[in-house]
Design a protein around this ligand. Structure first.
Ligand code: ATP
Ligand code: MG
Ligand code: MG
Length: 568
């Protein structure tokens, strides 16, 4: 079994369990449904759900849907599918919007206790009053409003009396704080926008920091794991948790209990870890959205996209993403992971899990002239060179074959060990053939006429005769024509996000990142189910396309090459 993981977060959890601070732990994965998940989210999913599994704690999937303008049920469904595909399941599915009544009661509580006030400053004025890193902020002229006036105005905000942006509810914390997040941050804003989950019920919406902290408290999340950019928000997170005090004021949970969705109400602790960055990739939702909207990729699930939908379409096994998450680990150190680390994980998992098949993606005819015309036989091939449990299969063989065009050269450079005029090569599983004649149409080689040395067939004493190269083939009469999509990295530079005058990541797209070719595959490959992984011998790891593959019209996506061709 795998060694026990022991990063700093797991160490904290072990201590909290050992000291009795918590009898059990609870975590959550809290995506905002404003886009598709990407491989960065996979790190967070593997962390939260992995910890749940290791420590026997429930893990919630919570949609942090507090910004109705950008959210969509399409994303909600895709996110659920992606989490399950990665191999995890949630204890409870929640939405921040399930808690809108609780958030509202919590905000009223703060108002009544003089800890929040309605402010009429415009967004621009709020910025002006907020100060800077070196300059303290100034109090809003509305900071001194009475509790009665604040309560009345807040209720009227909720009733829809004011237009968007006219007023906000702000936490009354400290305008001189060294942490700008504590300079009376807004906790509610007016937005006359219908919500994907609550429809027209609300025209005021809680701000993320307030909603997120209280959402964690409501669900009894013990360890709220988030990325480092929230480190500066932790004091506000704690302020919200402590001042609302859900963990000792269960009356606030009444609306939830009425809806049969009781909260646990523990005091959560936020812990930050570094986000995943990978070179040759862009990862922000905004940039991924632009790639889709500008038609630079075929969609969210384009197999070159770092979205989970794209990685899945490409054929990335979920186990490879879990392995990747384990391998990169968890820390507070920001770092840039090399794309080849991901590819290495994919190779490792696919190597162990994929049966071998024969396919030719750049076909050249090879005719064995010393076999009788119409000859056909079935050869037995092992499905996996290192794992007998994959069994064997029969591969049809006949005198007319397809081989890779690249495996023949009329004028070979030094060190070319494959087929050349007059030379010999081993046909995988068949025997040694000699190229007697090269048939050309103009400059183009269209056929190789060869003889098979009958003494070198497998099982015969001559089979051991040494020859430098071995090449693969498929039988022309039996092979199935297939569409083969050869994918590569989407960007040609390691840092497509770099700041360069007048340029953007769009300028660094790899024109070779997809090539669609017609090839031939052996019948046993054509018959695979959609989303099945194979190794095409000598070519790479491929996966049948999730949507387009059919046994009579097979479609294969190259998931990863056999070797790294990017790092020199
Ligand atoms: P983006 O910045 O790419 O738009 P986000 O952080 O806004 O993503 P959310 O839906 O808010 O996306 O993220 C859900 C969870 O996934 C959060 O806890 C967030 O910290 C985590 N997460 C997002 N991106 C990464 C990343 N690159 N590495 C690790 N965790 C991430
Ligand atoms: Mg976000
Ligand atoms: Mg973000």
């Amino acid at each position: 079994s795998a060694p026990e993981k022991n990063d700093f977060i797991r160490q904290i959890i072990r201590e909290d369990l050992a000291s009795g601070k918590h009898a059990a732990i609870r975590t959550r994965f809290p995506p905002e449904p404003n886009g598709y998940l990407h491989i960065g989210h996979a790190k967070s999913i593997c962390l939260n759900f992995g910890i749940g599994r290791e420590f026997g704690g429930p893990v919630n999937l919570r949609f942090d849907d507090t910004n109705p303008a950008k959210e969509d049920p399409e994303y909600v469904e895709a996110i659920k599918e992606d989490v399950r595909w990665l191999g995890f399941d949630w204890a409870e599915l929640r939405h921040a919007s399930d808690y809108f009544d609780v958030y509202y009661l919590a905000a009223e509580k703060l108002v009544k206790e003089g800890k929040a006030y309605v402010c009429d400053l415009s967004a621009e004025q709020v910025r002006e009053y907020r100060g800077t890193l070196t300059e303290p902020g100034r109090d809003s002229p509305f900071r001194g409003r009475s509790v009665g006036e604040n309560l009345d105005l807040f209720r009227r905000m909720r009733a829809g009396e004011f237009p968007d942006g006219a007023r906000t509810l702000r936490a009354k914390i400290d305008m001189a704080s060294g942490n700008i997040n504590l300079r009376d941050p807004a906790i509610y804003r007016i937005k006359h926008v219908p919500h994907q989950n609550t429809g027209d019920a609300w025209c005021i919406y809680p701000m993320y920091d307030f909603a997120h902290a209280l959402g964690d408290a409501i669900e009894g999340i013990t360890h709220s794991l988030c990325t480092l950019e929230f480190e500066d928000h932790r004091p506000l997170y704690d302020w919200c948790v402590d001042n609302v005090g859900l963990h000792h004021d269960r009356a606030l949970l009444a609306p939830l209990e009425a809806a049969g969705q009781a909260g646990v109400a523990a005091k959560p602790r936020q812990i930050e870890f570094s986000r995943l960055n990978i070179n040759y990739t862009v990862m922000s939702k905004r940039k991924l959205l632009a790639l889709v909207q500008e038609g630079l990729v075929s969609g969210w699930d384009d197999p070159r996209m770092p979205t989970l939908q794209g990685l899945r379409r490409r054929g990335t096994p979920p186990a490879a993403l879990r392995l990747f998450a384990d391998r990169i680990g968890i820390s507070k150190q920001n770092s840039l992971i090399d794309f080849s680390v991901l590819e290495g994980c994919i190779r490792e998992v696919m190597d162990a899990a994929s049966p071998r098949r024969l396919a030719v993606v750049n076909p050249l005819r090879l005719v064995l002239t010393n076999l009788p015309e119409g000859h056909a036989e079935l050869l037995r091939f092992p499905n996996h060179p290192k794992d007998a449990s994959f069994g064997e299969r029969e591969v049809p063989f006949s005198p007319v074959l397809w081989i890779e065009r690249d495996d023949f050269m009329e004028v070979p450079p030094k060190g070319f060990h494959r087929l050349v005029p007059g030379g010999e090569v081993r046909l995988r599983g068949v025997g040694i053939v000699r190229c007697d004649e090269v048939v050309k149409e103009g400059d183009e080689v269209v056929e190789l006429r060869c003889t098979l040395d009958p003494d070198t067939r497998p099982g015969l004493p001559g089979a051991d005769r040494k020859v430098k190269g071995t090449i693969h083939w498929v039988s022309a009469a039996h092979a199935v024509a297939a569409e083969v999509r050869l994918y590569d990295r989407l960007f040609v530079v390691a840092d497509p996000d770099r700041d360069e005058e007048g340029k953007s990541y769009r300028d660094y797209l790899n024109p070779e990142s997809v090539k669609i070719v017609r090839g031939y595959v052996e019948p046993a490959a054509a018959g695979l189910a959609p989303e099945a992984g194979v190794q095409f011998e000598r070519l790479g790891f491929f996966t049948t396309d999730r949507h387009d593959h059919r046994a009579d019209a097979p479609v294969f996506n190259r998931t990863v090459t056999l070797r790294d061709t990017w790092t020199a």
